[in-house]
Design a protein around this ligand. Structure first.
Ligand SMILES: C=C(O[C@@H]1C=C(C(=O)O)C=C[C@H]1O)C(=O)O
Length: 331
């Protein structure tokens, strides 16, 4: 969701539900047969055909390590001079698709690899095709009208033998996540909502990574605020987990410094009022598909203490979440 990537509302005139590990079936019962060729790209015979929609301008150019680290260094200098507290800078990485790559199996594999993430595959003609495994709730409203959101930030690898309960966090990550908490609380204050519940921060695992997470909830009927979800959505997006603090200066810096258009990366997506629930997630740990290549997007929160090489490494780790599925083909 950037200036060039407007919101798309897709009516759920057909929807299916089932277990994450169930085999996808075509034809008779689950997916109508006409959907199969749209999503499947098999072998060279179909090579020339458009197998799934891609962006009319193609995929963005990959960003070199040097270029990204220079951008980080520029942002760090500005923050040390006191211009802002935090900015999330992102980059892209492009791989070739391997022969016989199958998008539907990639989707199914992702659901198996990350049972706790929101796995999405969105294909819109004229817009593009995105696949992702988001760990970050932006706005949820459950069937009991309870509003929920989270403050998620701070990243470290989930190494062998480490459990979330044993994780130790540096001051930098604690402060980064505290900024996201402060931002969410400022949104509640703006709406004059005092009766919310805060739980955390605690450490959560998201694929190969650990993050700090604080949960917020409010019973919309009890607090007499039926529009809370809509109003919070407007205020929250983009949170300081993908933008920065203060928000306006951070967004301006992103515009100035980032070398690519974010398109739908760091926007939000998910079912709205489906089965009496709304579940919107931040579009992270995602890739955009071209016809023969795939581009991953990832960012990291920069503070005055950031080290450019470490921030590069953090974006590499975040990209691995989804790029594992494409690894046979690194170019
Ligand atoms: C920006 C991303 O992730 C966000 C930023 C984080 C951080 O800076 O530590 C952690 C989780 C997400 O809220 C991303 O995955 O691209």
């Amino acid at each position: 969701m950037s200036a060039t990537s407007p919101i798309n509302f897709l009516p759920a005139d057909l929807y299916f539900s089932g277990k994450a590990d169930a085999e996808l079936e075509f034809g008779n019962n689950l997916l109508p047969a006409r959907f199969k060729p749209v999503f499947q790209k098999t072998g060279s015979k179909q090579k020339q055909e458009q197998a799934w929609p891609s962006h009319p301008d193609g995929l963005p150019k990959a960003i070199t390590r040097d270029a990204f680290e220079q951008t980080v260094a520029t942002a760090v200098k500005a923050m040390q001079a006191g211009c802002l507290e935090k900015v999330v800078l992102s980059r892209t990485k492009t791989l070739s698709l391997f022969e016989g790559f199958d998008l539907l199996s990639a989707f199914t594999q992702l659901t198996q690899l990350y049972p706790n993430a929101f796995i999405s595959l969105v294909a819109i003609p004229g817009v593009g095709t995105w696949l992702g495994a988001s760990p970050e709730v932006l706005v949820q409203i459950d069937r009991h009208h309870v509003f929920k959101t989270v403050a998620l930030a701070g990243t470290q690898p989930l190494t062998d033998g480490l459990t979330p309960a044993d994780a130790i966090w540096r001051q930098k990550e604690i402060e980064e996540q505290a900024l996201v908490q402060r931002y969410i609380i400022s949104c509640f204050k703006h709406l004059r909502l005092r009766d919310y519940v805060e739980m955390g921060p605690r450490t959560m695992a998201a694929g190969n990574l650990l993050h700090l997470r604080t949960d917020y909830s409010a019973a919309m009927e009890e607090v007499g605020f039926p529009e809370l979800g809509t109003q919070m959505l407007e205020l929250l997006h983009p949170t300081s987990a993908v933008g920065g603090m203060p928000k306006a200066s951070a967004l301006h810096m992103i515009q100035e410094l980032e070398l690519h258009d974010r398109r739908y990366y760091s926007g939000y997506l998910g079912p709205v009022q489906l089965g009496q629930e709304t579940n919107l997630f931040v579009n992270l740990r995602c890739v955009e598909l071209g016809q023969d290549t795939v581009t991953a997007y990832a960012g990291a929160g920069m503070t005055p203490d950031s080290n450019p090489a470490k921030e590069w490494q953090e974006t590499e780790l975040k990209m691995q979440t989804v790029l594992r599925l494409f690894q046979a083909s690194e170019s």
